[in-house]
Ligand binder design. Structure first.
Ligand SMILES: NC(=O)c1ccc[n+]([C@@H]2O[C@H](COP(=O)([O-])OP(=O)(O)OC[C@H]3O[C@@H](n4cnc5c(N)ncnc54)[C@H](OP(=O)(O)O)[C@@H]3O)[C@@H](O)[C@H]2O)c1
Length: 243
């Protein structure tokens, strides 16, 4: 735990404009954390998230930056300094993309974009976060996917990016201890827009493979992020699977 009351906590959430990221921003703000809501292009949506937070008495700013390049990641981590006068002490690496495809249809450029967003992005944000914290306490929470551990049979670039994200979660946890804890939340199928186009049969198949017969909501993922970010949690290198 960061030994302070939550009003000293500042979070950067990548991909905070929509779905799981939006839920994480709202949950953190509900716990008194000031939030930078990151987005790549939908700044209007990031603005709406900030509006919701402000209406509830919280404090948040939107920030548009493409984390699939080091300059974008660096600019995003500078945002709390300008908005709140301090660097962030919570980083949630949530932004992620998945282009559909198989061995024959995934292009080299698909590979590069997925790896740059899902793996290099968290690497660059982590580097900037740790440098700005300069030895002070902090928490990094990486949002991976059960695709990293259970075979999908498709979207192999996405699988590889999330498996590698779990790998660097554990490895960075060792390097950055004891000041910065690095943990991962690993969602299975979450009720989000990206699955709305999925057939009733596909959703039925998911439910059949789910012992609790239940599809997780973004707010539930957010609660686990909140646990790592603000609770008395002496854990690092942990992988919390929610399937
Ligand atoms: N949904 C699921 O069932 C599920 C399951 C397992 C894991 N996950 C993981 O959970 C995370 C969130 O998933 P989601 O379904 O909520 O995602 P989503 O609705 O597709 O939203 C993606 C977010 O990432 C941002 N983003 C994408 N590329 C970016 C870039 N290059 N730079 C900065 N921001 C970028 C988007 O910003 P804009 O709005 O500006 O485009 C958006 O805020 C992802 O890492 C995903 O892999 C999701």
């Amino acid at each position: 735990m960061i030994a302070a009351s939550n009003d000293t906590l500042i979070a950067v959430v990548t991909g905070g404009s929509r779905e799981i990221g939006r839920a994480i921003c709202l949950a953190l703000s509900g716990a008194g954390v000031r939030v930078v809501v990151g987005c790549q292009e939908n700044v209007d949506l990031a603005d709406q998230v900030c509006g919701e937070i402000e209406r509830d008495g919280g404090n948040a700013v939107p920030f548009l930056a493409d984390i699939s390049n080091p300059q974008g990641a660096e600019a995003l981590l500078q945002a709390p300094l300008r908005a709140f006068g301090k660097p962030a002490n919570i980083l949630v690496n949530n932004a992620g993309i998945c282009t559909p495809g198989n061995l024959h249809t995934i292009t080299d450029s698909d590979w590069e974009q997925v790896m740059a967003t899902n793996l290099m992005g968290p690497w660059w944000t982590t580097r900037a976060f740790a440098r700005l914290l300069d030895g002070q306490e902090g928490d990094i929470i990486n949002i991976a996917s059960t695709a990293a551990t259970a075979p999908l049979g498709r979207s192999h670039h996405y699988v590889a990016s999330k498996a590698a994200l779990l790998g660097i979660t554990k490895s960075l946890a060792l390097e950055l201890a004891p000041a910065i804890r690095v943990n991962a939340v690993v969602p299975g199928y979450v009720a989000t827009e990206r699955h709305k186009s999925g057939s009733v049969k596909e959703q039925g198949n998911i439910l059949d493979r789910t012992p609790l017969c239940y599809i997780i909501k973004p707010s539930e993922i957010a609660n686990y992020v909140l646990y790592f970010a603000t609770m008395q949690c002496h854990a690092t290198g942990t992988v919390l699977i929610m399937n």
